[in-house]
Design a protein around this ligand. Sequence first.
Ligand code: PLP
Length: 365
Amino acid sequence: MSEQALTTAEQLARQELIAMVPYQSARRLFSSADAQEDKIWLNANEAPGNGQYQLSATNINRYPDFQPDSLISAYSEYSGLTKDKVLATRGADEGIELIIRSFCKAYQDSILICPPTYGMYAISAENHGAAVVKVPLHSADLTLDLDGLKQQVGKVKVVFLCSPGNPTGNLLPQEQIIAAIKLFKGSAMVVVDEAYIEFSPEYSCAKLLSDFDNVIVLRTLSKAFALAGLRCGFTLANNDVITLLSKVIAPYPISAPVAQIASQVLTNDLAIMQTRVKQTNVFREQLSTWLSQQNWCSHVFTSDANFVLFRCTSNEDKARVFNLLLENNILIRDQSKQQQLENCLRISVGSETELTQLKKLLETL
Ligand SMILES: Cc1ncc(COP(=O)(O)O)c(C=O)c1O
């Protein structure tokens, strides 16, 4: 674009924003506004179905508390951590952003990611002017490359690990996570993104907070709790970290209705969430087995989350699968542009009916 063609805003803005491509979230790729009623949404790792929650609309004329006590108490109880280690945010995505803004000096500091991984770490970093260092997961088993990480000690401020990983689905071995935390002790914060941890809760790293001062854990109500539309997540960390992040977050991050619904669910509906998790894990295993039997599928990745990543035998087969589903209003996610994920697609584990429809259709290929 020539200089004259730039608008005033484009001339004034940080230049890297002009060319920057925003995160292609599932809802940006396919918005709910132009969705037909009968679309099947298997592209954002949400839970199927919806709940009914009671809102008392009193006091909506007042600002909410900075961190509503009912919500923080409920999450503290659920996570087994004291309240001073819990910060409620607008989704785990806001936690990612706050951490980068709190620890990285713009145009000076870097974050580290281990691709293939969740896209928002890099986007948030770019947005803030932080550089992104990549140490890919081992391609054979999608574990951490600890030697590669070692070489970056002292060069990065925040390390993002995702366990279970999105879009890969696998848990990282605990001993590797601990090794990474030890490697970066004193030089970088290690963030363990546990957006999907409810699907294998015994592997949570929240317990590591008592042993290490450079760990941060991210959580969300968007996945197993089936509340993606609520926008509510949690950052778990030692209190010195929570105090820092609290200086950067907006003054009233959690709206009163959000706090009310989230507190109700965390207090009353844990059993419902756990039943949903059990059911999802069964459907996931059925879907994985079925995928592994299809002649257009060359590999199904082991998943500890509510989605399954698989590789198609060729780029043509990948396109055939994706397009057939799309033409029939079933949305899944193409992951083939990610490092190491050529010809890969990801299916969120929806309801039994949704998955039956998906299989039936793909059997016609
Ligand atoms: C690994 C991971 N972290 C964080 C998020 C963001 O979650 P939230 O909806 O809480 O912002 C997602 C959403 O897909 C995710 O997959």
